[in-house]
Design a protein around this ligand. Structure first.
Ligand code: LLP
Length: 409
C-alpha cells in the first residue's frame, strides 16, 4: 500500500476525499537542503518560484527556512505578503507584462529586485518609482539565445521567445538606466526554461551573462546580484534519478560560470523542490471498453492536473493498493471532463482496477494545483501536507458556493 511519509494514502482519501493533492513536507525540505548544501560556499539566496505551487502553507514553510521568492504577478506578491511578510525583501519580480498596479504594489512592499524584461518596462518602472518616491532596484532579464532541450512551451532562452531583452542590447540599456535617479541597477538575471535535464545550457547561459557583467564593470557599473533563474528538471518516469547529483552538477555549472565576479547568486527553482513531493490521489469511477480500448475513468480531470493534456507530460500512475505481481493491461486513464484531451495516460500498463480503487498520479506537486481550473464547473481539490505521521489540511476542497461567489445574476 502506498504511503506519504508514514501515512497510508487510503487513510488520507478517507479523511479528506478525492481528488486530493498530497504533499510531503520532509521531501520538500530535503530538496531545499540540497541546494543550500551545494551552494554553501558562495553567498546566495534561493528564491522559490511561487508559480510552481503557490500554496500559502508551502510559502510559509520555505520562508521559515530562509527562502526568498520569485513572483510573476501582483497576486503572487500578495501571497508572499500574506504568508511570509519578511521574505518580501528577498523577492524578485519577473514577467513580460507587469502592470502599473503590480509595479506600484511591489515598490510599496519593498521587494528585492524587479527583473525587467523590456526597455518599455524600464521606463514605466522609472516613472512609477518617481511617482511613489521609491527608487527601484532592478535587474535586466537578458535573453541569452541559448538552446535547452525541453518541451517547446516551456523553453524561454532563445531570441525567438518573448522573454527578456536581447543580451547584446543590455549594455546600452543599463547605461541609459544609470542616468535615472529612480532606477538602481542592482543585478542581471536569466532564465532559459523549465524541466531542463542537461545542465550544460545553464553554464552556457551564465557564461554569456558573466561576460555582460564584466562589460558593465568596465562601464563603471558594479552590480550586486546575478540571478540564474530556475529550470532544473526532474525525472518523471521510474528511471534512475539522483537528485543530489543533479543539484551538484547544476550548482557546479553556475558556480564555475560566475566565479570571480563576486556577486550574490540568486536561483529560482520551482519544480525541483515540489514536483516529486506531491501526488494527486484519485478514485476510479468506472472502467469501460470502447472497441479495443479500455478506459479507466477517474474522479480527477484535466482541470485538476493539466500537464498531460497541455505538454503531453508523462506522470507515473500507481494503484494505491496494488495486488502484488498482478498481470498488467494497457489502459487509458482519463478524467470526467468533456474533452478528449482529458487524459492522464494513454496505453499505460496497469494492473486491473475497479470502481472505488484509488490511484496515485505521481510527481504532481509542481504545476498541478497551481495550473488547476474550475472547467466544467468542477470544484478544485483539497490539499494536505504530511509531515511524518502528521497531516494538515492546507486547502479545503472548494464548494459550489465558492465557485459562484463572484457571479452576478
Ligand atoms: N523563474 C522564472 C522566471 C520562470 O519563468 C520559471 C518558470 C521559474 C523560475 C521556475 O522554473 P522551474 O524551476 O519550476 O522549472 N507549467 C509548466 C512549467 C512552466 C514554467 C514557467 N516558468 C509545466 O508544468 O511543466
Amino acid at each position: 500500500m502506498l504511503c506519504c511519509d508514514e501515512l497510508p494514502l487510503p487513510d488520507l482519501a478517507e479523511a479528506h476525499g478525492t481528488p486530493l493533492y498530497v504533499y510531503s513536507q520532509q521531501h520538500i525540505l530535503s530538496r531545499f537542503a540540497l541546494f543550500q548544501q551545494a551552494l554553501a560556499e558562495i553567498p546566495h539566496t534561493l528564491c522559490y518560484a511561487v508559480k510552481a505551487n503557490s500554496s500559502l502553507a508551502l510559502l510559509k514553510l520555505l520562508a521559515e527556512r530562509g527562502a526568498g521568492f520569485d513572483i510573476v504577478s501582483g497576486g503572487e506578491l500578495a501571497r508572499v505578503v500574506l504568508s511570509a511578510k519578511r521574505a518580501v525583501a528577498k523577492t524578485v519580480f519577473a514577467g513580460v507584462g507587469k502592470q502599473v498596479a503590480e509595479i506600484d504594489a511591489a515598490l510599496e512592499a519593498g521587494i528585492l529586485l524587479f527583473n525587467v524584461e523590456s526597455e518599455g518596462e524600464l521606463a514605466l518602472l522609472a516613472e512609477h518609482a518617481e511617482k511613489l518616491n521609491l527608487p527601484a532596484r532592478f535587474s535586466l532579464r537578458v535573453n541569452p539565445d541559448v538552446f535547452a532541450e525541453t518541451h517547446p512551451y516551456i523553453s524561454t532562452g532563445l531570441s525567438a521567445h518573448k522573454f527578456g531583452v536581447d543580451i547584446h542590447a543590455a549594455r546600452d540599456l543599463y547605461r541609459k538606466a544609470a542616468h535615472s535617479k529612480w532606477l538602481i541597477p542592482a543585478g542581471v538575471s536569466v532564465h532559459i526554461g523549465s524541466q531542463i535535464r542537461a545542465v550544460d545550457p545553464f553554464g552556457a547561459a551564465l557564461e554569456r551573462v558573466a561576460s555582460l557583467v564584466r562589460e558593465l564593470e568596465q562601464d563603471g557599473l558594479g552590480l550586486t546580484y546575478i540571478d540564474a533563474g530556475g529550470g532544473l528538471g526532474v525525472e518523471y518516469t521510474d528511471g534512475p534519478f539522483d537528485p543530489a547529483a543533479a543539484v551538484a552538477a547544476y550548482a557546479q555549472q553556475i558556480v564555475s560560470a560566475t566565479a570571480g565576479l563576486g556577486l550574490h547568486l540568486l536561483i529560482e527553482p520551482g519544480r525541483f523542490l515540489v514536483a516529486q513531493a506531491g501526488a494527486l490521489l484519485t478514485t476510479v469511477i468506472n472502467v469501460k471498453k470502447n472497441g479495443d480500448k479500455t478506459f479507466v475513468i477517474t474522479d480527477a480531470g484535466m482541470n485538476d492536473l493539466i500537464r498531460p493534456a497541455l505538454y503531453q507530460a508523462h506522470h507515473q500512475i500507481l494503484p494505491v493498493c496494488e495486488a502484488s505481481a498482478a498481470q498488467k493491461y494497457p489502459v487509458d486513464v482519463v478524467g470526467p471532463v468533456c474533452e478528449s484531451g482529458d487524459f492522464f495516460a494513454r496505453d499505460r500498463e496497469l494492473p486491473p482496477v475497479q470502481p472505488g480503487d484509488l490511484l496515485a498520479i505521481l510527481d504532481a506537486g509542481a504545476y498541478g494545483m497551481s495550473l488547476s481550473s474550475n472547467y466544467n464547473t468542477r470544484p478544485r481539490p483539497a490539499e494536505v501536507l504530511v509531515d511524518g505521521n502528521a497531516v494538515r489540511l492546507i486547502r479545503r476542497r472548494e464548494t459550489e458556493q465558492d465557485l459562484f461567489a463572484p457571479e452576478l445574476v
